[in-house]
Design a protein around this ligand. Sequence first.
Ligand SMILES: Cc1cc2nc3c(=O)[nH]c(=O)nc-3n(C[C@H](O)[C@H](O)[C@H](O)COP(=O)(O)OP(=O)(O)OC[C@H]3O[C@@H](n4cnc5c(N)ncnc54)[C@H](O)[C@@H]3O)c2cc1C
Ligand code: SF4
Length: 324
Amino acid sequence: MRLPKFEYFEPQDLNEAVSILKNEPLAKILAGGTDLLINMKHRVETPTTLVNIKGIEDLDYIRQDNGDLRLGGLTTLKRIYQTALILEKLPGLAEAAAAVGSYHHQTMGTLAGNVCQQNRCKFFNQSRWWRSSRPTCFKAGGEICHVVNKKEICYSSYCGDVAPALLVLNARIAIAGPKGAREVLLEDFYSGDGKVPLNLSAAEIVTEIIIPREAMDGIGSYTKFANRESIDFPIVGTAYWASRENKQYRVAFTAVDRRPVRGHQVEAVLNGQDISGEILETACDLAAKEAKPVKTSVYSPSYKRKMMGLLLKTAVSRAERRSA
Ligand SMILES: Cc1cc2nc3c(=O)[nH]c(=O)nc-3n(C[C@H](O)[C@H](O)[C@H](O)COP(=O)(O)OP(=O)(O)OC[C@H]3O[C@@H](n4cnc5c(N)ncnc54)[C@H](O)[C@@H]3O)c2cc1C
Ligand code: SF4
């Protein structure tokens, strides 16, 4: 499959990149390209201009600042899971980065690109030829949804592996744009609209992910169930984090809703408790209620709900083994 024609820019600094994006409303940011270029080949994303930000210096770093951990947007996934500090203090994040696609995706793919990847749906992530057998759906510019009838909403799922691992760390995201810099909680970065999944304007660039110091006083894990063990997006992914200081817990899921979701109901059951078999059973039953999966993949929503509970159990026992 060939790429369509596009204009191409290689800005050398953030200001230049923002100003190109501002002047080219149909432009898209290109980082590792492992998500965007496939979508362009499938003609489900059709930017007229690509702004390759890989040449911008100082967006590829992992450093500590007053105890917080700061990761530049261009940091590759491979670098994340090969960094000793992350392996030791944030093993759930390392596991999530190592779970993405194949070694090639981890080498090319960036942290910001992973967090900002497009939502997925079995009717959207297909070649133009495959899609031509039915009317174009909302997300690809048409007027119908093949998953949920009679609703003018796109239900495509967010399927990134790294976002749930960051959500349980209470990570923040730093953004540069025409109006200057801003910072938001990662949880507020996702819109919940499958058609436009990010609360990010067209000329804004994700520059950094910030992990607060307190997240490093916990123990975490990320568990993924995928169709194939080799190279595949999650059917369900579950991230878990437990404080070493007090009985506080955080849980997040991916691939089960239009955005990565925090398991607030599960957390409410776990918080303040020693995790016993009974409490965990209750939490795992509740996990199924944290999201609203629809049939955007070959797996049924009820199967996904069951997997959310099962993966939570695995994630908890993996983290407990680590803390022993
Ligand atoms: C076969 C295959 C398997 C895959 N498996 C997985 C998987 O298991 N898990 C998973 O999570 N992903 C998977 N992916 C998707 C992808 O490889 C990863 O998400 C990767 O981390 C994307 O990073 P990138 O730098 O290549 O992003 P790009 O493709 O360059 O960009 C992705 C999106 O983010 C935007 N973007 C990039 N950088 C920024 C920035 N700094 N600020 C704002 N927007 C930005 C781009 O405009 C684009 O819309 C897979 C892809 C393929 C093709
Ligand atoms: S959920 Fe509906 S509108 Fe969204 S990508 Fe799938 S078929 Fe298209």
